[in-house]
Design a protein around this ligand. Sequence first.
Ligand SMILES: [Zn+2]
Length: 210
Amino acid sequence: MTIRHHLSDPLLIAYAAGTLPEAFSLVVATHVSMCDDCRARLGAFEAVGGAVVESSSVALSAGCLEAVLARLGTPEPVSPAKPKGQLPTPLQDYIGGDLAAVKWRRLGMGVRQAILPTSKGAIARLLYIPAGQAVPDHGHRGTELTLVLQGAFRDETDRFGTGDVEISGQELEHTPVAEAGCDCICLAATDAPLRFNALIPRLLQPLFRI
Ligand SMILES: [Zn+2]
């Protein structure tokens, strides 16, 4: 698994600081469990946070982060949690089971989703997209994180394979299409309702809470 699309520093810092909504934390924790690179960066940010708290001599000025990082050296990546089954451990712990435990709802054209219970402010859901199938194109009112758990999808911006995370802002209007040959399963977190362009998905939106 070669991961090409990673979490941003601000997301990792917010996760380390515990300020992300639960839905986003779940995506970050799941990606970090799959990605050595982001795990090492998160470790560095957590170490910096600890160092800032512990040492009153650290001035909180520009360049402080770099200075603390330089003092700490390159962090050793923590071993990833061993997956117990098909899903990464943080997600499996959250769902309380494997893919078989997921209660899917049909969205049409073979696309299915499952809303995961999280605290208010953001929604986490699993998306199941059959190979070759498109998800209706939509823009975003807020931020959407989409982590690929199985298979791959493409949209107007790039290809996203297993382990990749797409960070979509308000400016992105996209039509994700699952790659042929393998059904695609994603974990997505949104902090605002998606804005579907086609009429019917828009009518269905309140119903499916997407
Ligand atoms: Zn990563």
